[in-house]
Design a protein around this ligand. Sequence first.
Ligand SMILES: NC(=O)N[C@H]1NC(=O)NC1=O
Length: 174
Amino acid sequence: MDITAVNALPYEDFVNIFGNVVEKCPIITAAVWSRRPFVSLNALEAAITEFIDNLPESGKEGILRCHPDLAGRDLQSGTLTRESREEQARAGMDTLSSGEASRMARLNEEYKTRFGFPFVICARMNDKANILRQLTERCGNERALERERGIEEVKKICRLRLQGLMLCDAPNKL
Ligand SMILES: NC(=O)N[C@H]1NC(=O)NC1=O
């Protein structure tokens, strides 16, 4: 799918296809439709980034709260979005040993209790060991830093999801 085809999409189709580039936040996709035509995929990504950057702190925290825990309840109950399931599987989150799983669960809870939003990291850019290490380290940060760190990871996830949709058979999602 090229950018000309993207620009020609009615908003219903645009939101159907791109609505989950930011996890469970289709309002972002619905909002940036107003910004078309986009000259390129980068321009579409930039519009999403700008929307996120312009949100108040509570809005950014809201985006983080829409993300499922890594190796958390949604993974166990099979209720992850397709995108998140693929990303978590790629990072080995679905094949943790029981020791790794309990460590992850304990750290996720510690992180959420401390910050009031979940630990978010671009799973496709990290392996299991790296995720556990970063989760441990980031538990010690300040809340404002973690909010920004989490949002930077959301943008990485978004970029990879956008690329995946543009490179493959996105119209099949209609
Ligand atoms: N909590 C968290 O980081 N979740 C995610 N990361 C990722 O790459 N996909 C997700 O759903």
